[in-house]
Write a protein that binds this ligand. Structure first.
Ligand code: ZN
Length: 287
């Protein structure tokens, strides 16, 4: 199943994208895709309900705005340097255990919303990533049990400001959390649709030119290892997002480095998880 949310910012409604690409509104049955939905078997309940009610669900207009396919969760936990070649381009050693950092959940936007270059930024960069959506509370889970805690997977652009991240003192969170720095979607695909999450092609284009093109089979720490590892340090709640790191090909790694400027267009995709597209705009106090 593919879960989407549609409508104006802050007033999104839950919907489903069918195999034939049509999108149907399921808000008559589901309040929203939030912690309660994922934590109470919402996906199974929705699936069962659809068997008898699908034909009654209103179809959604194709050009309507898509929101992030999950309601703002308790946390976004990100894994840094999880592809060997990207660690190298960042000038860092491949880590011995997963590098973790947080991204503010207020950074979440829809898959095709604009990326706003933050006030004073000159080093805003792109990062295509496979993100995991947690489906059941996870605390001290083993690698073997880890996938039982997954609701689905979603495409994420872990937009990053390199000066804020690396040159200003302290933790990476400063360069990861600006408004609009977490375009999520177009949809959450349930695990049965995705197959092996540790073997998915992922790519990103800037103004039509391929910048990143890799496969999650190059993970240093795979999906099971990452979930198990994080759950040793914090409880993952239903709806929480884990972003698994980006492969080689970010702007920081180019010689000379290249960063986003207003007017740029970023397009990214992951096998089975669709495509998202963001236009880059300058910060304005009115946004
Ligand atoms: Zn990242």
């Amino acid at each position: 199943m593919k879960l989407i949310r549609f409508g104006n910012k802050g007033n999104e409604k839950p919907a489903i994208q069918l195999q034939n690409g049509k999108r149907i509104d399921v808000s008559s049955f589901i309040t929203d895709y939030d912690e309660n939905f994922f934590g109470t078997g919402g996906i199974q309940r929705l699936q069962a309900w659809l068997e008898n009610n699908q034909s009654k669900c209103p179809e959604i207009n194709e050009d309507i705005r898509l929101g992030a396919p999950v309601v703002r969760p308790s946390k976004i936990v990100c894994v840094g340097l999880n592809y060997a070649k990207h660690a190298e381009e960042s000038g860092m050693e491949p880590p011995k255990e997963p590098v973790l950092f947080f991204k503010a959940t207020s950074a979440i936007v829809g898959p095709h919303d604009d990326i706003v270059i933050p006030k004073g930024s000159v080093k805003t960069d792109w990062e295509v990533e496979l993100a995991i959506v947690i489906g059941a509370k996870a605390s001290y889970v083993s690698e073997k049990e880890a996938l039982n805690h997954v609701a689905g997977y979603v495409l994420h652009n872990d937009v990053s400001e390199r000066e804020f991240q690396i040159e200003r003192s302290g933790q990476w969170v400063k360069g990861k959390s600006c408004d609009t720095f977490a375009p999520l979607g177009p949809f959450i695909a349930t695990p049965d649709e995705v197959g092996n999450p540790n073997n998915l092609r992922l790519w990103l284009k800037l103004n039509g030119q391929t910048m990143q093109d890799s496969n999650t089979s190059d993970f240093i720490f795979n999906v099971q290892e990452v979930i198990s590892h994080i759950s040793q340090f914090m409880t993952l709640l239903p709806g929480d997002i884990i972003s698994t790191g980006t492969p080689f090909g970010v702007g920081l790694g180019l010689n000379p480095p290249k960063y986003l400027i207003p007017g740029d267009e970023v397009e990214l995709g992951i096998e089975g998880l669709g495509i998202s597209k963001q236009k880059v705009v300058a910060y304005s106090a009115k946004v």
